[in-house]
Ligand binder design. Structure first.
Ligand SMILES: Cc1cc2nc3c(=O)[nH]c(=O)nc-3n(C[C@H](O)[C@H](O)[C@H](O)COP(=O)(O)OP(=O)(O)OC[C@H]3O[C@@H](n4cnc5c(N)ncnc54)[C@H](O)[C@@H]3O)c2cc1C
Length: 492
């Protein structure tokens, strides 16, 4: 039996009719235009859409329907993508049905966890967006020190739940990032030097593959797949549950921001680089060169010491002695508070353009390029950040998981920001301007931040010598490349 299909009307219908891939309906029962995997137009029958909608426990949203506009939005406001359909999945069953619908109709398919993809690959124009954000359950087992986390969970939610029990695992530094995308690509942050990447802390993953199978991947079950899921991004299927190992952390740790004047940044960073080469694994220091809307330039050390509080002051003392800070915000703080401390700087909806690559330490050459370039930045808001890696990440062999770049100790990231008023042109050009100077100093790219332009050269460099094994895995689990909106491993 046919159910009522939604139809846009009046002005809304006119707007949609002007879009290249939109619902072409003006009356109930019309066909729907969508984008295929190969980029051609597909026509979806209303009966098929109705059946798909009825099969879901969650919602199916189309342009013009309540909730569609907010569901299609992702973190990076530079992108304004309009999927033909959004399946808001309530559970693994919905994910299976959505994958089956995408496969049957050969639809361009985007997978959304937390929506933080820098290049907005979790949204698509005209295709099917499989939205996992309603899947938000977290189960902490304080006795086994494990967590079971669904793919719509954000890092801050995970931290808050685990910290009730004094536990945590490696997460990123901005708490509104999704756990799913971050973990599948690797995942580093304040605890990574001590406990390894987020993906190193995985014990098991539940996955729906392109052919609709449910598989569990762990050291014992489908170990090849488990290998690929730790650093291979979203290439092999849709993860519906992650099982992590947890560690005793906090709830109070030592950290905060040390802010220095930009004058003297070159010498500051050079002295820091000497200290950095021998820093303990418990100490995490992101180094940021920042311009802010008052056109002030500063150098920031974003610090977290996750070891014993009794040793914290001693561990950070060399940092404090590097210069005379404008602000010394170091002290005891709840771990969840530190994890939220950078959030306001990276709000949803603003436009961002980013380039990044791994480096071996903060070299004098990289310091010169970064300091000179930020000094002349014409932008209200711009950042050059050297994120901290190393420590336990380096102790895992590159071929032990799909995450290849184990030897590097920093990821340098350059970001330009804008809002509607200031526009994309200048920030984008600014970031592009530094990259020819900085890229020759890099050594590979991070799947989650370094391949946003998705050129094949960068993708290959991100996966390093693990690439041939990843291709073999892709052929096995996703031979038609249904999951291609990612740092894509081509099955051929
Ligand atoms: C402000 C900001 C701060 C960041 N800080 C850090 C950091 O400190 N450390 C770090 O390591 N990274 C960091 N990142 C990068 C981050 O790891 C990636 O953006 C990551 O993709 C975010 O995951 P998400 O689920 O929010 O993204 P989404 O946009 O939802 O997904 C990104 C991609 O991941 C895949 N994916 C997502 N969920 C699933 C799933 N369940 N199954 C299969 N594939 C899936 C899809 O291919 C999708 O295109 C940061 C990003 C931003 C924007």
């Amino acid at each position: 039996m046919r159910r009522r299909t939604f139809c846009a009307s009046g002005l809304t219908a006119l707007v949609y009719a002007s879009l290249p891939y939109s619902r072409v309906c003006a009356a109930a029962g019309d066909d729907v235009a969508a984008m295929s995997l190969g980029g051609e137009q597909r026509v979806l029958k209303p009966t098929d859409i109705d059946d798909f909608r009825a099969s879901l426990r969650g919602q199916l949203l189309m342009p013009g329907e309540n909730g569609y506009e907010s569901a299609r939005k992702v973190w990076n406001g530079a992108f304004d993508r309009k999927p033909a359909l959004i399946a808001r999945c309530a559970g693994a069953g919905d994910v299976t049905r959505a994958v089956s619908f995408a496969r049957t109709h050969e639809l361009l398919t985007a997978v959304r966890g937390g929506g933080h993809s820098l290049s907005a690959q979790s949204a698509c124009d005209g295709g099917l967006m499989i939205d996992l954000s309603p899947m938000g359950s977290i189960r902490i087992d304080p006795l086994a020190r494990t967590a079971r986390v669904e793919p719509g969970v954000l890092l801050g939610q995970f931290d808050r739940e685990a910290q009730v029990f004094g536990l945590a695992t490696t997460a990123g530094t901005i708490s509104h990032t999704g756990a799913a995308g971050l973990t599948l690509g690797g995942g580093f942050g304040r605890l990574a030097r001590k406990y390894g990447l987020a993906c190193d802390n995985l014990a098991a993953v539940d996955l729906i593959t392109a052919d609709g199978r449910f598989l569990r991947a762990s050291a014992k079950e489908n170990p090849d797949l488990f290998w690929g899921l730790r650093g291979g991004g979203g290439n092999f299927g849709i993860a519906t549950s992650f099982e992590y190992r947890l560690h005793t952390v906090g709830p109070t740790v030592f950290g905060g921001a040390l802010i220095y004047p930009f004058t003297g940044a070159r010498e500051l960073l050079r002295s820091f680089a000497d200290f950095d080469a021998h820093a303990p694994d418990e100490l995490y220091v992101d180094v940021l060169l920042v311009t802010n809307p008052d056109h002030q330039r500063v150098a920031v050390f974003d610090v977290c010491y996750c070891g014993s509080l009794a040793h914290a002051e001693r561990a950070v003392a060399p940092l404090r002695s590097l210069g005379k800070p404008l602000h010394d915000g170091l002290g005891r703080a709840p771990y969840v508070e530190l994890q939220r401390s950078g959030d306001a700087g990276f709000p949803h909806g603003r436009g961002y353009y980013v380039k990044s690559g791994y480096v071996h330490g903060i070299t004098a050459e990289a310091i010169d390029v970064a300091v000179d370039y930020l000094e002349s930045s014409p932008l209200d808001t711009s950042v050059i950040a050297f994120s901290n890696l190393g420590g336990a990440i380096n102790h895992v062999k590159p071929e032990a998981t799909a995450y290849w770049h184990r030897a590097v100790t920093r990821d340098v990231l350059v970001a330009g920001f804008w809002d509607d008023r200031s526009g994309a042109e200048r920030p984008t050009q600014w970031v592009r301007g530094i990259w020819p100077k900085l890229e020759p100093l890099t050594n590979g790219f991070y799947v989650n931040t370094g391949v946003s332009d998705d050129t094949q050269r960068r993708v290959r460099a991100a996966y390093g010598d693990n690439y041939p094994r990843l291709v073999a895995l892709k052929k096995r689990y996703d031979p038609t490349n249904l999951f291609r909106l990612n740092a894509n491993i081509k099955p051929t």
